[in-house]
Design a protein around this ligand. Structure first.
Ligand code: NAI
Ligand code: MG
Length: 353
């Protein structure tokens, strides 16, 4: 009997409404081809939902999501909605309450895409960013004092725990064993001497347990320059929540466009469903025009299927993406004229060929 996966689908806002449905069709096509079943259920959550109902998702939203094998998500946020809310009320809430402590963000150059790094090839741009996804700078532990007075003052305190560092570290070293056997720990522990000094100490303790994996540290300022000048030095990067957020947009940029980056918010133990989404946001500036690049969203579907154990289907999606990028005309962000639906169509016809 074939396996059935229950997938919660959350388009979110903006271009999510265009690229998520494109991704869902591709998931259904590979399911047919590789003989498994997919049951999807749509949830109209996000900033649009907030405008109508005063909340990003219902109170029992997390409980609802727990019944699924995975969550396939676009992005949340709209210009007319207070932008301090989407992360707090949806994205971080799901990532933390479902213990998705690994944010897995591959960076690679697809054939046919021109990287802005003119001398770099496919062989040079091929690494994974692992962003700690549950704590660090983004725990939203802070306060604004006397905001409207001359004594106004604000604090945000980041949080680093031994458990938090150990689990992402073990994930990084195990992943490196399946790739180039190299882990780079990116921090700024020379200035954030307490939180990131402790991060480094725990990271080193874990590194000592993997003597077969080459381990090094790099500060984020140097890492940013290295993304541009020598991306070939990276294999697996392990880093904090905020540094990983920033570096993954830079990773998207050196791939050629933010619209290419796929990702997984992963609970490796599979005690809770994981959530798969592109690295970018809801791009309201280009929403509703059928010009968004759907590749990051579709790549996220491949990452999801690999997590669920459908590696052949996942590989087929990545191959189909590469077929589409090699084929020539691309979306506007990659200086082409193809529409969102034309790229999705090209990917799907390769899968069905
Ligand atoms: P963004 O990633 O949505 O857009 C940045 C730039 O990249 C824009 O010029 C956009 O047009 C372009 N872009 C993004 N994805 C693209 C695609 N698939 N194809 C072609 N071009 C693409 O980031 P921005 O503008 O900072 O944020 C917009 C909204 O998204 C905000 O409300 C923000 O809070 C939200 N956001 C949500 C995220 C999530 O739900 N995980 C992540 C990042 C931002
Ligand atoms: Mg981001």
């Amino acid at each position: 009997m074939s396996k059935t996966y229950k997938i919660a689908v959350v388009n979110g806002d903006g271009i999510g409404n265009e690229i998520v449905p494109a991704g869902v069709s591709i998931i259904k096509e590979v399911a047919k081809k590789y003989n498994f079943e997919v049951e999807t259920e749509d949830f109209s959550w996000g900033a649009g939902h907030y405008v109508k109902h005063g909340e990003f998702m219902p109170e029992n939203g997390i409980e609802t999501l727990k019944k699924f094998d995975a969550i396939y998500f676009g992005a949340v946020g709209l210009p007319e909605v207070d932008d301090t809310l989407p992360a707090r009320d949806y994205t971080f809430k799901v990532r933390t309450e479902l213990h998705q402590y690994v944010n897995y963000r591959p960076v690679k150059l697809f054939s046919g895409v021109q990287s802005p790094l003119r001398d770099k090839t496919k062989a040079d741009i091929d690494f994974i960013i692992l962003r700690e996804n549950n704590e660090g700078e983004f725990v939203q532990n802070g306060k604004i004092f006397y905001p409207d007075t001359p004594n106004g003052c604000a604090v945000d305190t980041s949080m680093v725990t031994r458990l938090g560092v150990e689990r992402i570290a073990h994930y990084a070293f195990k992943l490196a064993r399946t790739r180039g056997k190299k882990v780079t720990n990116v921090t700024k522990s020379n200035t954030l001497i307490y939180s990131l000094g402790f991060w480094d100490k725990v990271m080193q303790e874990v590194a000592d347990q993997y003597p077969d994996v080459e381990y090094s540290k790099m500060y984020v300022d140097n890492a940013s320059a290295s993304f541009v000048l020598k991306p070939e030095v990276f294999d697996v990067i392990v880093t904090t929540n905020m540094i990983g957020d920033i570096l993954s947009d830079l990773g998207g940029a050196i791939m050629g466009s933010l619209g290419l980056g796929g990702s997984g918010n992963i609970n490796p133990e599979k005690d809770f469903p994981s959530m798969f989404e592109p690295i970018h946001g809801s791009a309201p500036d280009i929403a509703g025009q059928n010009i968004a690049n759907p590749i990051g969203q579709i790549w996220s579907a491949a990452i999801m299927l690999e997590h669920l154990g459908e590696k052949a289907a996942a590989d087929n999606i990545v191959e189909a993406i590469e077929h589409a990028t090699t084929g020539g005309d691309l979306t506007k962000d990659l200086k082409g004229n193809a529409s969102t639906s034309e790229i999705a169509e090209r990917i799907s016809s390769f899968i069905n060929s």
